[in-house]
Write a protein that binds this ligand. Structure first.
Ligand SMILES: Cc1cc2nc3c(=O)[nH]c(=O)nc-3n(C[C@H](O)[C@H](O)[C@H](O)COP(=O)(O)OP(=O)(O)OC[C@H]3O[C@@H](n4cnc5c(N)ncnc54)[C@H](O)[C@@H]3O)c2cc1C
Length: 437
């Protein structure tokens, strides 16, 4: 039987960063089930197009990970200023909606402002166990909530918003104050809001360039190797194409509910907590277009008539994601988990037809003949659902994992709403804890 110091499940950015930190210091194996590294931060190259799993942009915030990421990207890195829109009432208004009410139809604008001021004057404190719907109406008022916050987030999460909790909102939802909202409704405001006002993106190779750069230095990376089961009593794992592996330490980056199911000896109450964790599924339709796209980076689509919740132009991040003079677009569609169930329940042909009509209406394409390449990609899980069940289940699961010395990290290992830099940070930290032991 092969033995190793640390077994790392998954070669996405979290697993790769853990291997990167252990490299040359302690033996490790990264078992990645796909034939390429990068997980959701990989890029698929086809016919001159570089298709990502939707827009994957680098918003860097911590010095050490920033330095590592920038050194891996070297001179293949661009810094861009966000140009994002919200498509609503047949118009493109600048993002975020709540700070740019000016272009809305007069009736809607005054409803949004009136209801916002009403909520601000009431100044209600947060309720205990506040749900997303109450939170949005308390913070932004009923108008902004009705027209954007609620329809957009329901379309994205595919889960009743009065069951969604709000721990994830603070870093991700822009929160302009009273002055900003009034200025955005009646004055002229150039102020930018939110965590993603500037972002970085590789010049060449799509976002997958980052994972590939990290992977090329890793002697322990094994592709096409799915971890099937784990026995923490014997500290062994059954892995497709590798057989049985004995390990001293374990880092998991696979989705937490699946990881718990892989355990040979998980007690019933832990299995039952794992079954309470929910997520949505996102499909991304990547399109290769014969003509350049309008300059927008991406747009949000809260209205039901659009089947996608967001669409963007990767070729506006870098024109090298498409052949010269052409564009690379992506459309994101959210579903309840496993809604296709392998039974063809999602009608992709119909989705394409309505989407192409919508793209024409919004000016992304002029006619269907401009579409020369198409690639559907599936993300399951995609967005973790924050609800009371998650809040109750996670401490129980993590306490059980901690007692067994298991690190479960990354967006899905930790079962949270996080981003690429955070996955890298957690990989480094888990490996460092192991090196200290
Ligand atoms: C729609 C969407 C848009 C996003 N946009 C951004 C963005 O703009 N900027 C940003 O910073 N982040 C973004 N993210 C988040 C980003 O994708 C993640 O934070 C990051 O990719 C997580 O890396 P990870 O290594 O934790 O997980 P993953 O990338 O999911 O990697 C886990 C790996 O484990 C492998 N695996 C799973 N099960 C097994 C098994 N049994 N055996 C072996 N291998 C297994 C998988 O194949 C995968 O490669 C976005 C996410 C989504 C869903």
């Amino acid at each position: 039987m092969t033995e190793t110091g640390t077994l790392i499940i998954g070669g996405g950015l979290a697993g790769l960063a853990a291997g990167y930190t252990l490299e040359g210091k302690q033996p490790y194996i990264i078992a990645e089930r796909e034939l390429r590294p990068g997980g959701l931060s990989a890029t698929i190259k086809t016919k001159g197009y570089f298709f990502d799993y939707s827009g994957h942009l680098l918003h860097l915030r911590w010095p050490e990970t920033t330095e590592l990421i920038l050194s891996l990207l070297g001179n293949n890195c661009m810094l861009l200023e966000r140009n994002a829109k919200v498509r609503i009432f047949g118009k493109n208004i600048p993002f975020p909606f709540q700070a740019n009410l000016k272009k809305l139809p007069e009736k809607v604008r005054s409803e949004c402002v009136r209801e916002f001021l009403k909520a601000a004057d009431l100044g209600m404190p947060p309720q205990e166990h506040e749900n997303y719907k109450c939170w949005a109406e308390r913070v932004f008022g009923k108008g902004i909530s009705r027209h954007f916050m609620l329809p957009y987030n329901f379309k994205l999460l595919q889960h009743p918003l009065d069951k969604v909790t709000t721990e994830w909102c603070a870093p991700f939802v822009p929160m302009p104050d009273r002055n900003d909202i009034l200025k955005g409704a009646y004055g002229s405001s150039q102020k930018k809001f939110g965590y993603n006002t500037v972002f970085r993106y590789p010049k060449k190779g799509g976002i997958g360039f980052l994972a590939e750069k990290m992977a090329e230095t890793l002697s322990g990376l094994r592709l096409g190797c799915e971890v099937i089961s784990i026995n923490m009593e014997t500290k062994t794992a059954e892995i497709k194409n590798l057989g049985k592996i004995k390990f001293r330490h374990l880092i998991n980056t696979a989705p937490l509910p699946f990881f718990i199911k892989m355990q040979k000896n998980a007690p019933k109450h832990i299995l039952s907590h794992a079954s309470r964790l929910k997520s949505n599924t996102v499909y991304v339709l990547n399109l290769g277009i014969k003509k350049p796209a309008p300059k927008t980076h991406w747009a949000y689509f809260p209205e039901k008539k659009y089947p996608f919740y967001r669409a963007g132009a990767a070729s506006n991040f870098s024109n090298e994601t498409a052949p010269k003079g052409k564009a690379s677009l992506y459309l994101e569609f959210a579903f309840p988990p496993d809604s296709d169930n392998g039974n063809g329940e999602i009608d992709f042909n119909k989705l394409e037809k309505t989407s192409f009509r919508a793209l024409k209406e919004c000016g992304f394409i002029k006619n269907l003949n401009q579409i020369e390449e198409k690639l559907w990609l599936k993300m399951n899980p995609a967005y973790v659902i924050y609800d009371r069940e998650r809040a109750e289940a996670l401490p129980e699961i993590f306490s059980w994992l901690k007692d067994r010395g298991i690190f479960s990290i990354g967006r899905y290992g930790a079962w949270k709403y996080s981003f690429m830099e955070e996955a890298i940070k957690e990989g480094i930290e888990a490996a460092r804890s192991i090196l200290k032991e």
